[in-house]
Design a protein around this ligand. Sequence first.
Ligand SMILES: Nc1ncnc2c1ncn2[C@@H]1O[C@H](COP(=O)(O)OP(=O)(O)OP(=O)(O)O)[C@@H](O)[C@H]1O
Length: 287
Amino acid sequence: MTVLLSVEHLTMRFGGLTAIDDLSFTAAAREITAIIGPNGAGKTTVFNCLTGFYKPTVGRLALTHSGTTYLLEQLDGHCIAKDAKVGRTFQNIRLFPRMTVLENLIVAQHNRLMRASGFTILGLLGHPRYARAEKEAVELARHWLERIRLTDLADRDAGNLPYGAQRRLEIARAMCTQPTLLCLDEPAAGLNPRESADLNTLLRAIRDEDGVGVLLIEHDMSVVMEISDHVVVLDYGRRIAGGPPDAVRNDPAVIRAYLGEDDEELPPEIAADLAGQSGAGGQGARG
Ligand SMILES: Nc1ncnc2c1ncn2[C@@H]1O[C@H](COP(=O)(O)OP(=O)(O)OP(=O)(O)O)[C@@H](O)[C@H]1O
């Protein structure tokens, strides 16, 4: 296993609230690492620290690829995306709704296109290097349109796509930035069981064919338990368990976190969720 991301002693405080408390874990290259936990456990805060939205109070966030280690806590968001090559999607869909599906995928490659232009108007207008980069950008966009089966809808406004297709487009847009680590925040939220199964296929392919490491926040245990190589469980900002899905789903600390201390038996829908049988994606309990 090659470590892609190493999070060491991450702490994030908001005034008197400690959202993340001395959290350490690693995510391997070419693996899917899920971060799960009840509502408010701190999952999205971890993503916000990794992608430069928040400056951690304490901690070292090291991402290593192509022989270079990037300390994410010291970089701004732009360099985290461009140099460290961390891609991201959000809990709420953030496409450009009035741009077409294809345009959304090309805009994602803006950084590369601007570099090819030499950041000049002459570059934009006629430089062969820009023309080549533009052609490659369209080819990559078309490749991802095929991968997410949206080629026929390439010219449709993104905001008019069915919900499940918008979710797939967001992932494709993140992939067009050619990340080494792809951070997905609840990609299965709102999907029906068939769409969740499709998502599993897409994420496995991103891991196995594209060789990208995936960090996945997800409440839908049918997704987490089926496709994750490793699961990290948070509760109140602390890591309470970690390991392969089978070990985690039977860990008493995990069951307690989802239940609360006093309950002795899991409600059937949460039990089914943890067992990975539900396609509905119940929210983490306690919340
Ligand atoms: N910018 C902020 N300012 C103050 N508190 C914050 C901020 N961002 C997050 N928090 C708090 O940090 C804690 C963790 O929130 P976070 O959104 O990371 O949890 P989560 O595990 O992603 O939850 P969910 O599953 O509901 O999305 C919560 O108590 C939240 O209110």
